[in-house]
Design a protein around this ligand. Structure first.
Ligand code: CAO
Length: 544
């Protein structure tokens, strides 16, 4: 049986009349327990208020800017029969108190001195990681300036300074785990620096608070692209709710670059959206890969917008729209190039014997009219053997997890008149080299005829990019996300190889393996390369 339940502002400590600065719901929305309803912001803390019931929102009793205190009804929710199991609002434990008592007040000695600024009372949390650090040695800092952001699995909280002065020591770093009382920084207070007496800059009584952060905010933090972590200028203070901060981290946006339009110069979600749109269209330089201009910037790179030049001023030109394939692959390549910390490793494989074997088999086969054996087919078989020996190569990153695949599908880059596509040969481990040659040949033809179906291009575990038919020595292919590695090969060439007594001519195939360093380090990548080269040098090893 359905009933209407009021969801109220929980116990938020000593705060009253706290403004609503973000509102995430509207009448008619479905809401679940722990979904964020609104963000409140006192002058000391930001807190998301989560729902304590599940159902459909019938009434929203507050709006942006409303001032609320404990017990004020935010929304009325119609719960379904199934919600009987969900806690009634009264029963639902009030969300953790948002504002908490201050850091242990620090009383600098008269005339100044070095003062420890510690993690304040942060409720029941301990060993909370530092996810942002805003200060460095030598910075000037004022009371209430943010020192660091801590993030538990329930809340994101800024720790403000309780004193003014010059930072003399920073005792934590990104990733440090801290609890109440841990010293974050040592500050030479203003009196010591020759400015007003330290008493004037009396320690603030309250630090910041573990806000009851919404589930989406907590979940999204897992997706922070390491290479694009926001690089806030030291000492800068950005006002944004935990959910907006988490969203910004997910997008790789440096919040200090975003123009705030919210109350008290606060960055709201729309500001973030506007900023990302601006970057994508090239009107703002920033940390997102642009669809139109390639890579236009990074949180840590901060590149200029794509240059707009009137080329016709310099001579005759012709403007040709990009093919659909080029547009799509361009976006994928830009994202992968920007977001994957990739390294390319090279190796030479001696393919003298396998090439002689391939030519022999093809001669025998000519009479029977069977499929022509290609080097690509041998490479596929060797790569699967490599994936089996080094399972990290057959994986994908999913937030904090590594998904290890037990199937072996290999994609191969195919050059077509309309651009690059990657058909996928499925279950390569279960197919013979002849079958692989036949199937990859068929898929390459379909690719060139523009006849590949989406299913033909999905499900790859690892990709091979073979430029062997064209030439080249080595190159650095781009990882085809969410795969974690790609093998590039160029044209084989006869080279003199020292056999211990003399130089002998050996047909050498240049291998270029690019791997995502978050999953595969250099030692593993080199072992993989060496193993592939061994398999190609003596293909009997594939049968072992
Ligand atoms: N060394 C020397 N010769 C090679 C070779 C190598 N590594 N690989 C192929 N060849 C030879 C072949 O034996 C063939 O010669 P014959 O006709 O005398 O037998 C000739 O080069 C042409 O081969 P191919 O490249 O057409 O055929 P393939 O099966 O080797 O490759 C495919 C198929 C689809 C991979 C290839 O046609 C292709 O499109 N390659 C381009 C991939 C690409 O653009 N990669 C870059 C992506 S950006 O990172």
């Amino acid at each position: 049986m359905s009933q209407i339940i009021e969801v109220k502002v929980p116990d938020i400590g000593d705060f009253a009349d706290v403004p609503v600065i973000d509102l995430f719901v509207k009448v008619g929305d479905s809401i679940k327990i722990d979904d964020a309803i609104a963000t409140l912001e006192s002058d000391k803390a930001t807190m998301d208020v989560p729902s304590t019931v599940e159902g459909v929102i019938k009434e929203v009793l507050v709006q942006l800017g409303s001032k609320v205190s404990e017990g004020v009804v935010l929304i009325k929710v119609e719960t379904g029969g199934a919600v009987a199991a969900a806690p009634a609002p009264q029963a639902a434990a009030p969300a953790p108190v948002a504002a908490v008592p201050a850091a242990a007040p620090v009383a600098p000695a008269a005339g100044g001195g070095v003062v420890d600024v510690k993690v304040p009372d942060i409720g029941d949390f301990s060993d909370v990681p530092v996810i942002d650090l805003f200060v460095k040695v030598g910075d000037s800092i004022k009371v209430d300036d943010a020192i660091a952001t801590l993030e538990s699995d329930k809340a994101t909280m800024d720790v403000p300074s309780t004193v003014s002065g010059t930072v003399k020591e920073v005792l934590v770093q990104l990733g440090s785990k801290v609890s109440e009382g841990v010293v974050l920084i040592k500050v030479e207070t203003v009196a010591a620096a020759g400015v007003p007496a330290p008493q004037a800059a009396a320690p603030a009584p309250v630090a910041t608070a573990p806000a009851p952060v919404s589930a989406p905010a907590a979940a999204s933090t897992a997706a922070v692209p390491a290479a694009l972590a926001p690089a806030l200028p030291a000492g800068s203070k950005v006002h944004a709710s935990p959910s907006v901060r988490a969203y910004a981290r997910e997008l790789g946006v440096d919040l200090s670059k975003v123009t705030a339009t919210g109350p008290k110069n606060r960055i709201v979600k729309e500001d973030l959206t506007r900023y990302v749109k601006g970057v994508m269209t090239g009107s703002i330089s920033g940390p997102v890969a642009s669809a139109t201009g390639g890579v236009v910037g990074g949180g840590v790179l901060d590149l200029l917008p794509w240059p707009k030049v009137d080329f016709s001023k310099f001579g005759e030109i012709e403007v040709k729209p990009l093919s659909r394939i080029k547009k799509i692959s361009g976006q994928n390549l830009s994202r992968n190039w920007v977001m994957i910390p990739a390294v390319t490793y090279h190796e030479d494989a001696d393919i003298t014997d396998i090439e002689a074997f391939r030519v022999l088999l093809n001669k025998e086969n000519e009479k029977g009219g069977g499929a022509k054996l290609t080097m690509l087919a041998f490479l596929m078989k060797a790569c699967v053997k490599g994936l089996q020996k080094f399972p990290e190569f057959n994986s994908s990153l999913d937030g904090d997890n590594l998904v290890l695949k037990k199937y072996f599908n290999i994609g191969f880059a195919a050059d077509t008149p309309n651009g690059l596509v990657v058909p996928v040969v499925k279950n390569v481990d279960k197919k013979s080299v002849f079958e692989l040659a036949q199937e990859s040949g068929d898929l390459a033809k379909q690719a060139r005829d523009g006849k590949l179906k989406p299913a033909d291009m999905s499900g790859a575990c690892f990709t091979i990019s073979s430029l062997g038919g064209i030439g080249g020595t080595y190159f650095a292919p781009i990882v085809n996300a969410p795969e974690v590695a790609i093998l590039g090969v160029n044209k084989s060439a006869m080279k003199p190889v020292w056999d211990g007594k003399q130089f002998v001519p050996r047909l050498t195939l240049p291998l270029s393996l690019t791997a995502d360093h978050r999953v595969i380090d250099g030692a593993l990548a080199t072992r993989f390369n060496v193993y592939i080269a061994q398999l190609l040098a003596d293909f009997r090893r594939v049968a072992l």
